[in-house]
Design a binder for this molecule. Structure first.
Ligand SMILES: [Zn+2]
Length: 139
């Protein structure tokens, strides 16, 4: 009996709409390019789109972090706290680790991030310019 040849057809994958396989601890990418918490075994809520996947939706992820960093001078939740600058810095780090190529490109496209940092000034915060070295990173 000759061995049968099995044809595996590769279907075109809509990257933005399917899970890319990215994981970060107990968090996993799901359909739509959002992360969900897989640690509790409860599956995911399709309506929950709060965590954008930094791997397959790198630019959206960084854009969201930019908006947040520019709007929030300090935050604290679940024992974690920091400033807008921290929000941006950690998002940048996550994105560069998850998808270095897309992250470098997105950082260049997004340009300077005017992140907020709480301090003792009358306004309660100051603006810290981040992502100012994109030209250098790109070269
Ligand atoms: Zn993903």
């Amino acid at each position: 009996m000759p061995e049968e040849t099995v044809l595996i057809r590769t279907l075109p994958v809509e990257r933005a709409n399917s899970a890319c396989g990215y994981t970060q601890g107990d968090w996993e990418c799901r359909e739509g390019g959002y992360l969900w918490y897989a640690g509790d075994g409860e599956g995911y809520d399709p309506e929950d789109t709060s965590e954008i996947c930094p791997c397959c939706r790198t630019k959206d992820f960084l854009e969201a972090a930019k908006d947040e960093a520019e709007a929030c001078s300090s935050y604290s939740n679940c024992g974690d706290s920091g400033t807008g600058v921290d929000i941006w810095a950690s998002a940048e780090k996550v994105a560069l680790r998850a998808n270095p190529v897309a992250a470098a490109q997105a950082l260049q496209e997004l340009g300077v991030v005017a992140a907020l940092e709480s301090d003792d000034s009358p306004d309660g915060y100051s603006v810290v310019l981040c992502n100012t070295q994109t030209e250098a990173i790109a070269v």
